[in-house]
Design a protein around this ligand. Structure first.
Ligand SMILES: N[C@@H](CCC(=O)N[C@@H](CS)C(=O)NCC(=O)O)C(=O)O
Length: 209
């Protein structure tokens, strides 16, 4: 199977890190969503990444759906998500908040890079959403006394929170003050020190504008 997308995307990165942690072999096609849109389109008409193309040609889209497939592939015992019940819902909520934060951070970046004149209403909305989600994730992370949300083993929530934190800090440094979000900063630091995070990384090119 091959994974399409560059590792400066927090969504591509969360999938690649999960593949590595699961010990699943994959090839990487670091195609750019804009520069290589024509290459991506046959696999994903949305021209978005991550897209995971399986050996039989089936193309999976959306990081959460791709991870759902990988969890099924490795089986319940290895899956980095509680199987059912309140724990599963709690873990998925953290994932959804982090993914939403990633969406907003990406939107805000596109607004800055793609538009000649940024729309103030949209910028203010994205900034407020980013700040509020960071605040909620900080509070949630402070409640976790163990190394990870699942205790001593890493889960999808840990991975996506770390990937999105890194992206937000790189894309919008003014929106992430580590002193304001110490639990998140410590969490991200702990994850980034792990082998797969160090191997699967692509710093975001310096923002324009
Ligand atoms: N909800 C999607 C978000 C993926 C996403 O936003 N990918 C960005 C790159 S970071 C992308 O493909 N952007 C191009 C576009 O949306 O047209 C997921 O979880 O996979």
């Amino acid at each position: 199977m091959f994974l399409i997308g560059q590792y400066d995307s927090p969504f591509v990165r969360r999938v690649a890190i999960a593949l590595r942690l699961y010990g699943l072999a994959f090839e990487h096609r670091p195609w750019s969503t804009f520069g290589d849109a024509d290459k991506i389109a046959p696999y994903n008409p949305l021209r978005r990444v991550p897209t995971l193309v399986l050996d039989d040609g089936e193309a999976l889209i959306e990081s959460t759906i791709i991870l759902d497939y990988l969890d099924e592939l490795v089986g319940e015992a290895k899956a980095m998500l509680p199987r059912s019940g309140a724990d599963r819902r709690k873990h998925l909520r953290i994932c959804a908040l982090a993914c939403g934060l990633g969406d907003k951070a990406v939107s805000l970046l596109y607004e800055r890079v793609l538009r000649k004149e940024q729309l103030a209403l949209w910028v203010a909305r994205c900034q407020a959403q980013i700040a509020d989600v960071l605040g909620v994730l900080e509070t949630e992370r402070m409640k976790v006394t163990m190394s990870y949300w699942l205790g001593d083993r890493i889960g999808h929530a840990d991975i996506v929170v770390a990937c999105v934190t890194r992206f937000t800090r790189e894309a919008h440094p003014q929106l992430f003050d580590a002193a304001r979000y110490p639990a998140l900063a410590a969490h991200a630091g702990r994850c980034e020190a792990l082998g797969p995070f160090q191997e699967i990384v692509q710093p975001l090119a310096p923002p324009k504008g």
